[in-house]
Structure formats: structure tokens, C-alpha cells
Design a protein around this ligand. Structure first.
Ligand SMILES: [Mn+2]
Length: 201
């Protein structure tokens, strides 16, 4: 097992979006995020801050159409950058869970960096928008990250009413669960955390 910081990088350009993302799993929660969607920036910043994963994310999307491509493609690219940084996943905790209280809201996020993408989503919003961001895209963001990072990801709102709190609680929970799951456990040495000897594929 090496002590080198685990970094990942993705550049993705289509007719709909142009994206540059860099992550450092062994960072300090430093971020520079610009997607053109204010609330999405706020959420990706929360992800970085509470996972301690450094995130640089520059997105130029076709927001004149709507926010779908920008949300989806930036989530896919973030998942790819995380996968790139994780490499063979040697020595990682693999699993992570977090409860996140935020005033009246409580959520639970539980995940496995399994290589088997799956999203269980049990949360709903009563507003159509947070800032200018369409709330129907929030589940889609988590679905896209789970797919491209190979996560088995369970996101549940246990209770809560304020839409800003609900969304932020889920992102903070995702961040804190990821922090635990990507952390290198020195007791594991460089072992792949699976009796199969590999994760994914
Ligand atoms: Mn907030």
C-alpha cells in the first residue's frame, strides 16, 4: 500500500456539456465548483467539505435547454473521477453509513463501493425547485453517481419538511459515508476488501 494521495481526473466533452473534474480522496475538503447551477454548486461543495475529498469541477452545460444534461453529466463525470482515484480499491473501508440531522430533518445514507451500481431512493420534495434547480434532478444526480462510481447506495429521508434541509442532509450524509468508505484502513494493508479478491467487473 502506498501513501501517495489518490487522485482522479476526468475531461468529458459532448454536444451538450463540457466538463473538467479533478478529485483527491486524501484531501482536506477543498473545493472549486462551478456548474452554472447555484444550488448544485452548493451541494457539491457540501460533498467535498464533509467527505474531505478535494473537488475541482468546471461545467459548461446547455442550460438554455434545461438543467438535465448539466446535472446528469457532471454527476457521471464525478463518479468516473472517483473511480479513477480509487484504482484497485486496495485497503479501503468499502462501506460507509451516516445519519445527518439538520434542524427538523433526519436522513440516513448507507453505501458500499461494491462495483455493483444500485440506488435505493426514499426521499421526496414538496417544492419543484431549490433555488433555480429542479428538485426532480436530485434523485437523478444520486442515480448517476451510483452508476458511474459503482456504488450500492441507499438514501433515505427518515423525516423532515424543509426542502433545503432535506437535500443538504442527504448530500452531507453521502459525503460522510463516502469519507468512511474511501478511507484506507492500515489494518487491511493493501488487501482488496472482498473475499472475491476484486470489487466490480
Ligand atoms: Mn444550505
Amino acid at each position: 500500500m502506498t501513501d501517495q494521495p489518490r487522485t482522479g481526473k476526468v475531461e468529458r466533452k459532448t454536444a451538450e456539456t463540457s466538463i473538467e473534474i479533478a478529485v483527491n480522496l486524501d484531501g482536506t475538503g477543498t473545493y472549486d465548483v462551478s456548474t452554472g447551477i447555484g444550488f448544485l454548486d452548493h451541494m457539491v461543495e457540501q460533498f467535498s467539505k464533509h467527505s474531505l475529498i478535494d473537488v475541482t469541477m468546471k461545467v459548461e452545460g446547455d442550460l438554455h435547454v434545461d438543467q438535465h444534461h448539466t446535472t446528469e453529466d457532471s454527476a457521471i463525470a464525478l463518479g468516473q473521477a472517483l473511480t479513477d482515484a480509487l484504482g484497485d480499491k486496495a485497503g479501503i473501508g468499502r462501506y460507509g453509513s451516516a445519519y445527518s440531522p439538520m434542524d427538523e430533518t433526519l436522513s440516513r445514507v448507507s453505501l458500499d463501493i461494491s462495483g455493483r451500481p444500485y440506488l435505493v431512493w426514499k426521499a421526496q420534495f414538496s417544492q419543484e425547485k431549490l433555488g433555480e434547480w429542479d428538485t426532480e434532478l436530485i434523485e437523478h444526480w444520486f442515480h448517476s453517481v451510483a452508476q458511474s462510481a459503482g456504488l450500492t447506495l441507499h438514501c433515505e429521508l427518515l423525516y423532515g419538511t424543509n426542502n433545503h434541509h432535506i437535500c443538504e442532509s442527504l448530500y452531507k450524509g453521502f459525503a460522510r459515508a463516502m469519507r468512511i468508505a474511501v478511507e484506507r484502513d492500515p489494518r487491511k494493508g493493501g488487501a482488496i476488501p472482498s473475499t472475491k479478491g476484486q470489487l466490480g467487473g
